[in-house]
Design a protein around this ligand. Structure first.
Ligand SMILES: Nc1ncnc2c1ncn2[C@@H]1O[C@H](COP(=O)(O)OP(=O)(O)O)[C@@H](O)[C@H]1O
Ligand SMILES: [Mg+2]
Length: 254
């Protein structure tokens, strides 16, 4: 398969990093080989999985100083880490020819080694995010099921459409992930209805519920399946991973 997926939303705190980690780890549980790319200078993904500082990070690779050098967390799960240095990359690469395609080029030699490459995007729509979209097959949009979840979504759609037109014809919004869902709150239920009206079939049936284990796992430097495999968070992300695989199988048949 070898699918490349970007977790995208220019808002912070919507569940991009949590989803990148736990979709990645869930797919590994299902026997897939996964590479996670931390493309956020905040390095939350790298910190959440306790990746030891590597000599070469995504920053050096984007600058052309190294290849991608993944760190193996465990069998099937590799990570290319980020550091705060990456915050300078957008400025530093601005005059580079083909600057939107650097990540795509870096993936060429490694992409056949993996079933999935999952990119955790920064909360912005700048050059780093354009690199992610230029290299991706699918965009997954995590949306917090709260008031204002849909605010700014027109912007995301616009950016995806532009990238599709100018940089990457095969790019598709592959799914919308409703996160931090609390069924006791009427507001949350209303927001999910609104998200479904806006995105239709794109919205995954699995709702990622609000679950404290998902928020605790990073402090133990673990994904949800190693932190608490019986938690609601683990159940939800496993269900989402199965849905992702089914959806991709269906798409490949048509
Ligand atoms: N389903 C969830 N239930 C409870 N807490 C969550 C859930 N998903 C994410 N969180 C917490 O919410 C915060 C923001 O999530 P995060 O994945 O870092 O968002 P983003 O990467 O979009 O900024 C983090 O502290 C994370 O642990
Ligand atoms: Mg994040």
């Amino acid at each position: 398969m070898g699918k490349i997926i970007s977790l995208l939303n220019h808002k912070g705190g919507v569940g991009k990093t949590t989803s990148a980690i736990n979709i990645g780890a869930g797919l590994v549980e299902l026997g897939k080989k996964v590479l996670l790319i931390d493309l956020d200078p905040q390095a939350n993904l790298s910190l959440s999985l306790g990746i030891p500082r590597q000599p070469n990070t995504i920053y050096e690779a984007l600058r052309g100083e190294s290849e991608l050098e993944p760190y193996t967390v465990r069998e099937g799960l590799d990570v290319v880490m980020s550091t705060l240095d990456l915050s300078g990359a957008e400025m530093e690469l601005i005059n580079e020819a083909g600057r939107e395609y650097i990540l795509k080029e870096l993936f060429e030699p490694v992409k056949d080694d993996y079933d999935f490459i999952i990119i955790d995007c920064p909360p912005s729509l700048g050059l780093l995010t354009l690199n992610a979209l230029g290299a991706s097959d699918y965009v997954y949009i995590p949306l917090q099921t709260q008031f204002l979840a849909l605010q700014g979504l027109a912007k995301i759609k616009q950016v995806v459409d532009k990238v599709k037109f100018r940089l990457n014809k095969k790019l598709e919004i592959g799914g919308v992930i409703a996160t931090m869902y609390d069924s006791r709150k009427i507001l949350n239920r209303d927001v999910v209805d609104t998200i479904r009206k806006y995105f239709g079939e794109k919205v995954f049936d699995t709702l990622i519920r609000d679950n404290v284990a998902l928020a605790e796992a990073p402090s133990q430097r673990k994904d949800i399946f190693y932190y608490n495999a019986s938690s609601i968070g683990a159940q939800d992300y496993m269900s989402l991973c199965k849905e992702i695989l089914t959806r991709l199988e269906v798409e490949e048949q048509v």
